[in-house]
Design a protein. Structure first.
Length: 234
């Protein structure tokens, strides 16, 4: 998570007794916890090093013991875990809604294309008016490298973040995906990365994710070559 709600009154009522150093330590620990969405390391020295508070290990220990709980997985914060779970559920719900919407559109379009009824053709002069692109037109203008399912998932993701895109923003986002695709970054991986990390924008895929994609592509290519060789010798 790159953002989280901060209730000043609630925080103040629970931390008024802390010193300035302890307060700063607690805030930094919360930031790291929400950012990485996982328990803090169980080692006190490691935790202090993460927040650049090596010389304040006693204060770090006091904060951990007062506001966190030590488990086999490390130091956990129950309230933060609850908010992280709600955030993930909201993102997943938005992603499912986006995929379902894309599938309904696709199925509806397939039904229309499969009908035998031919339209009535009236030979009349055509007047072409350039109208602004609307949300209904966006799906029809998707570039070949961007699937409608992935695009609708990203649109739903932005709505879930309460940052819905204007039509101009959608066109700019599609242009960004095309540019990233030209530079070797799969639009599908770019979109999945933004959804998983809670980003509103679209960015180059991290080296780790890109490596997994390349490894899969290499593996598939090797399998195809092996099959062709077996067919030739058969």
């Amino acid at each position: 998570m790159h953002y989280y709600q901060f209730n000043i009154g609630d925080y103040s009522s629970h931390t008024r007794h802390l010193s300035l150093i302890e307060d700063a330590i607690y805030r930094r620990l919360l930031d790291i916890y929400y950012l990485h969405e996982r328990p803090l390391n169980s080692g006190l020295t490691s935790v202090a090093r993460q927040i650049n508070a090596r010389e304040y290990e006693p204060e770090v220990k006091n904060i951990l013991e007062e506001f966190f709980e030590l488990t086999d997985e490390g130091w956990i914060h129950s309230r933060a875990d609850k908010e992280i779970a709600q955030y993930r559920a909201k993102i997943e719900q938005a992603s499912r809604a986006g995929r379902a919407s894309a599938e309904r559109r696709f199925n509806g379009r397939s039904t229309t294309e499969g009908t035998d009824v031919q339209p009535t053709i009236n030979h009349k002069p055509l007047t072409i008016k350039h109208k602004p692109i609307t949300s209904k037109d966006t799906a029809a203008l998707l570039p070949d490298c961007v699937s409608e399912t992935d695009w609708q998932s990203f649109v739903a993701h932005r709505k879930a973040m309460r940052k819905p895109m204007t039509e101009q923003a959608k066109q700019l986002a599609l242009k960004k995906l095309v540019d990233l695709n030209k530079n070797g970054y799969s639009p599908k991986l770019v979109i999945e990365q933004s959804i998983e990390r809670g980003w509103a924008g679209l960015f180059e895929v991290t080296a780790q994710r890109q490596t997994v994609k390349n490894n899969l592509a290499t593996s598939n290519q090797a399998a195809v070559m092996q099959w062709l060789e077996e067919q030739n010798h058969g």
